[in-house]
Design a protein around this ligand. Structure first.
Ligand SMILES: *Cc1c(COP(=O)(O)O)cnc(C)c1O
Length: 359
């Protein structure tokens, strides 16, 4: 059997939730589980994080999956309804909807169903992606309140563009704009994503929305989750399936991009971009071979990567190879592949075997 495997550490997920609560003691926690729980598996993440106060998802389809898996927590669809039929589905599944656009108010206004939907009013305080202009907060809030199809208990939210830079004036500005625009309005407040929780404790409101932190991943430049007390929730691993001697001057891999500087051993590990390992990972990207750091050489191919074994002379076929996770931060790999850890965990593909681990 192909050894390529993503081990999901359920204990780490649970512990990371505890850590989020420690950092935001006055707030309820919405565990953000979009993109299949950042690639960790929606249902298994929801089970491990059953202590969360709510789940945040990107689509009604994810809400369906959570309800089918027995989740009874609040589930918030972060982009809300797209069309009239969505409202019935939101009600059937008892999902909360984020309302960020005029067209959604029109859907709600045209809705004759008397069972009120729970909504979160989203304001755009500077991200300029989703949300109403803050100047419109009062007007939109009043219009939503007046609709029989909307629950009167409306939550208020915004999203940060750059909260991972802990001294950036944009976040200060976003917090001020949000507070000004909602002052005097009823409803719980929610501003912070993971980086907001870490760097902007004044912005915790009644709800924090934690994604990356729960998976043990940091988006703060130069920092890894462990620097903030989080543990990685995924370890991606495989095994060495070949060890070859390569002579000085010979080249390794597609396009012959890497040249051996001396006679040396090259290991071949059973993982590639077909598994979601980034093709852009450069030479020198670290891997762990039987627990020892070694470097990627040559191009990443679909099913295989090649590894410089000069630092691991005792390596043998069958040795475990860790690509990221315990002992090797996904943030470090992301740096070598010019991306962020979130994209790497989200990108693990279907052919990878997922294994659950209680620790
Ligand atoms: C994805 C998302 C989050 C979580 O962000 P992290 O950086 O992963 O904590 C929070 N709020 C909204 C609206 C999101 O889309």
């Amino acid at each position: 059997m192909r050894a390529t495997c993503a081990t999901i550490h359920l204990g780490a997920l649970r512990e990371n939730l505890r850590r989020v609560r420690e950092l935001a003691p006055g707030a309820k926690v919405m565990a953000v589980v979009k993109a299949d729980g950042y690639g960790h598996g929606l249902e298994r993440v929801a089970r491990a994080l059953e202590g969360a106060d709510a789940f945040g998802v990107a689509s009604i389809a994810d809400g369906q999956r959570l309800r089918a898996a027995g989740a009874s927590q609040r589930v918030v669809v972060l982009s809300g309804p797209d069309e009239a039929g969505d409202l019935a589905e939101l009600r059937r599944l008892k999902l909360d909807a984020v309302i960020h656009h005029e067209t959604q108010i029109e859907l709600l206004a045209a809705d004759a169903d008397p069972r009120p939907l729970r909504v979160w009013l989203k304001l755009d305080t500077g991200m300029h992606r989703l949300g109403f202009a803050p100047e419109r907060a009062r007007d939109v809030h009043a219009r939503l309140r007046a609709l029989p199809s909307v629950d009167r208990d409306i939550s208020l939210m915004t999203h940060f563009a750059n909260s991972d830079v802990f001294d950036d004036a944009l976040t200060t500005h976003q917090i001020e704009r949000f507070e000004r625009s909602v002052s005097g309005l009823d409803g719980e407040r929610s501003l912070s994503n993971s980086a907001g929780i870490l760097g902007w404790p004044e912005a915790q409101g009644q709800w924090v929305r934690a994604g990356g932190a729960l998976y043990g991943i940091s988006v703060v430049a130069g920092k890894i989750g462990a620097d903030f007390g989080f543990r990685p929730a995924m370890t991606l691993s495989t095994r060495l399936i070949a060890i070859n001697r390569v002579r000085r001057g010979e080249r390794v891999g597609y396009a012959a991009t890497w040249e051996a500087p001396e006679d040396m051993a090259v290991g071949v590990a059973a993982i590639g971009y077909g598994d979601g390992y980034p093709r852009h990972a450069d030479f020198g990207t670290p891997v762990l071979v039987a627990g020892t750091r070694a470097s990627l050489i040559g191009r990443v191919s679909m099913d295989l990567v090649t590894v410089d074994l000069r630092e691991v002379p005792s390596a043998k076929i069958g040795d475990p190879v860790v690509l990221w996770g315990r002992g090797l931060a996904v943030e470090e790999i992301a740096e070598h592949a010019d991306t962020i850890g979130y994209e790497l965990t989200c990108g693990v593909t279907r052919r990878v075997r997922f294994v659950e681990d209680e620790s």
